[in-house]
Design a protein. Structure first.
Ligand SMILES: Nc1ncnc2c1ncn2[C@@H]1O[C@H](COP(=O)(O)OP(=O)(O)OP(=O)(O)O)[C@@H](O)[C@H]1O
Length: 228
């Protein structure tokens, strides 16, 4: 589903963020991406949704060569995936319902499809009774649930999450991670870049560890710590 073949990324300022990274993520997998600050986690995620392009090597997503996509084909790629960030990125003047509905509206769904689907996803993330609330009326964890609902409303094949629990207390963080696990259980491939050590260790999923832009470890039922 996601394949990196000898990928390097050098930013215009000369910083090498990734160096010769090869990685294969199967359809339906759940993968944690860990590593110290600056290891290249966000860069790896950005290459998948084509926020950045590789300097060398090939990034394939569901058969598409992402680095080589024509600009006009990028929206097609992005429709295959949902993305969740640390800082939620919700529209501040729109309710929870409207934030989620907007993602369907811009992808050309009919009002009827939107009315049917949005309550379903709000239910999935446990926010059906907060549909009318503005982001400012929601807790951090609730705002992140809205962001997750928005990311999955269009049934993406892949869910990317870049430090989705970075702004949340440990208990709320658990709730979000459990939600991502549930979304994965329903068939979506999930990649989570995170520093949430306790959760990574407890969930015993595949853990890919980046260090200095290189893959330092890749274990099927891994832990957060450096492999020895
Ligand atoms: N847009 C950019 N331009 C130049 N350098 C960048 C850019 N984005 C990231 N970098 C650099 O690339 C390296 C990898 O950064 P990246 O954000 O991918 O790491 P990270 O593992 O996600 O870190 P963190 O855990 O702190 O989020 C760092 O040295 C960073 O300073």
């Amino acid at each position: 589903m996601i394949e990196f073949i000898n990928v390097s990324k050098v930013y215009p300022n000369g910083v090498t963020a990734l160096e010769d990274v090869s990685l294969h993520v199967e359809r339906g997998e759940f993968v944690f991406l860990v590593g110290p600050s600056g290891a290249g986690k966000s860069t790896l995620v950005r290459l998948i949704y084509r926020e950045e392009t590789p300097t060398q090597g090939v990034v394939m997503v569901d058969g598409l060569n992402v680095g080589r996509l024509r600009r006009r084909d990028v929206p097609f790629l992005r429709r295959q995936m949902g993305v969740v960030f640390q800082d939620f990125k919700l529209l501040p003047n729109r309710t929870a319902y409207e934030n989620v509905a907007f993602a369907m509206f811009v992808t050309g769904h009919t009002p009827r499809q939107i009315r049917r689907r949005v309550p379903e996803v709000l239910e999935l993330v446990g926010l059906r009774d907060k549909a009318g609330a503005l982001p400012s009326e929601l807790s951090g964890g609730e705002q992140q649930r809205v962001a997750v609902a928005r990311a999955v409303v269009n049934h993406p094949k892949i869910l990317l999450a870049d430090e989705p629990t970075g702004n949340l207390d440990p208990e709320t963080a658990w709730g979000i991670m459990e939600l991502l696990v549930e979304i994965n259980r329903r068939g979506t491939t999930v990649l989570v870049a995170t520093h949430a050590q306790t959760i990574v260790n407890a969930l015993k999923r595949r853990v890919v560890r980046l260090e200095g832009g290189r893959i330092a470890a890749d274990h099927a039922q891994g832990v957060y710590e450096r492999a020895i």
